[in-house]
Design a protein around this ligand. Structure first.
Ligand code: 2HA
Ligand code: ZN
Length: 269
């Protein structure tokens, strides 16, 4: 079948990573029905032939004007599509879009006219912000990790850096591999501009942001790295819960032990 991925091994490798991660999200129970979404900035893989590809959709508004996205291309999970289906068929459950020169609208160019995720305004606003900061992050992931979402149903865990410190203290790897910790966004309507703005603010200080009673939003260089950050945080939440289920409050690593980690691994916090 004709596909934008044909004879483009680097682009195909990025999309294969998305498919692999989508499978993990389903297996972990983090992606019920159409839950979660993924967008990848693939502009670096775009050649003249892709630039010449015609639109296969009408011109659609983004819902925001995002000046840094002019001429950018993204792979986006499709709205109402399932991660478990995307794992097998990424180009039937997602599509490639081109941002138009007005920076406020887009068209779908490949492979099929699959409409992008309902969280497109937040995803694209985040990508716009990343580019404006000169970041090398290309992937954004929204998912519903069970234990992390459960934590946000208690006000104490929504306090700034309370959950970060607790989760870091459960196992040394979490601080090493999610070194900026977990930002917190109080509950806001899914897909809303308010949610997008609050997310962008928190991403100045964190790579993973919690949406209260909903899910996480993570960014990193590629989708595998974004997934890994969420995975190590959720692992820590599972250790915390396991200790509580054994009937005690876990001690956690001491502040000295965490400081020692930061020095040894040159961590930012
Ligand atoms: O795309 O998870 O928040 C489905 C969602 C929206
Ligand atoms: Zn969601």
């Amino acid at each position: 079948m004709e596909s934008i991925l044909n004879n483009r091994p680097e682009l195909a490798a990025e999309i294969n990573k998305v498919a692999e991660v989508a499978g993990y999200l389903w297996q972990k129970g983090w992606a019920e029905r159409n839950g979660g979404n993924i967008t990848i900035n693939i502009t670096e893989y775009v050649d003249d032939e892709i630039k010449a590809m015609p639109a296969i959709s009408e011109v659609k508004p983004i819902g925001a004007t995002l000046p840094y996205l002019k001429g950018c291309y993204f792979y986006c999970k499709g709205t109402n599509k399932r991660m478990r289906d995307l794992a097998r068929q990424p180009m039937a459950n997602g599509s490639v879009i081109r941002i138009l020169d007005d920076c406020a609208s887009y068209v779908i160019i490949a492979d099929e006219p699959v409409n992008p995720t309902s969280e497109l305004p937040s995803h694209l606003s985040v990508h716009n912000n990343l580019i404006s900061k000169g970041s090398n992050y290309k992937a954004s992931l929204h998912t519903h990790p069970i234990e992390l979402v459960a934590l946000t149903h208690n006000k104490k865990f929504m306090e700034k850096d309370y959950a970060s410190n607790l989760l870091w203290s459960m196992i040394p790897e979490t601080k090493a591999f999610c070194p900026r910790g977990l930002g917190m966004v109080p509950y806001k309507l899914p897909s809303s501009v308010e949610l997008a703005e609050a997310t962008i603010n928190e991403l100045d200080d964190y790579d993973v942001v919690m949406w209260e009673k909903h899910g996480v939003f993570a960014v990193d260089t590629d989708i595998m790295a974004a997934f890994d950050q969420v995975d190590v945080l959720n692992k820590s939440a599972l250790i915390y819960i396991a200790a509580k289920n054994m009937g005690f409050e876990p001690d956690g690593m001491s502040q000295e032990q965490m400081k020692e980690m930061s020095v040894a691994f040159h961590l930012p916090k």
